[in-house]
Design a protein around this ligand. Structure first.
Ligand code: DAT
Ligand code: MG
Length: 156
């Protein structure tokens, strides 16, 4: 299975957060590096065996879909949270199309995946869903309150 990016929400200062997970592809560093070099701030990261009920809750919107049981089995690893302006839309561009066949080269799914059922990362699809997902995957105190020292060189 892979790693799935979680999501975000709208932060008080206009920033958003995105979270991701599905880390069991042999490219964890590569994938995390893409978000870091873009300029997003890593606010949360943990590795653990995902309980089935958490996976089911995370993808509850998809429970009627035929691939749901396989999808729930596939997300087994760790969530990641990224913060930055527009991170939701931006991260989905970095991630690429759901079906890796349609994902452009240069995107994560375009470079690391072949089929939808093993498309390596998740990205929340809205700030509100990002916050919902972060609350599912992280407990109080598990996100790190910090700002990269390069932030003034990344954001005006
Ligand atoms: P995304 O992850 O791009 O937001 P989604 O929310 O529609 O896509 O679906 C969640 C995941 O479910 C997706 O990343 C992989 C899996 N999935 C979606 N459509 C699929 C399909 N037709 N066959 C197999 N897996 C699918
Ligand atoms: Mg989705």
């Amino acid at each position: 299975s892979g790693a799935r990016l979680l999501s975000y929400g709208r932060r008080p200062n206009g920033q958003q957060r995105i979270s991701s997970s599905r880390l069991t592809v042999n490219a964890v560093g590569d994938i995390i590096s893409r978000f870091e070099r873009k300029g997003f701030a890593l606010k949360g990261l943990k590795l653990f065996q995902t309980p089935q009920d958490l996976a089911e809750e995370h993808y509850s919107e998809l429970k009627e879909r035929p691939f749901f049981p396989a999808l729930v089995k596939y997300i087994v690893s760790g969530p990641v949270v990224w913060e930055g302006p527009g991170v939701v839309a931006s991260a989905r561009k970095l991630i690429g199309a759901t079906n890796p066949l349609n994902a452009e080269p240069g995107t994560i799914r375009g470079d690391f995946a072949i089929v939808s059922g093993r498309n390596v990362v998740h990205g929340s699809d809205s700030p509100a869903n990002g916050e919902r997902e972060i609350a599912l995957w992280f407990k109080e105190g598990e996100l790190v309150d910090w700002e990269p020292t390069v932030l003034p060189w990344v954001l005006e």
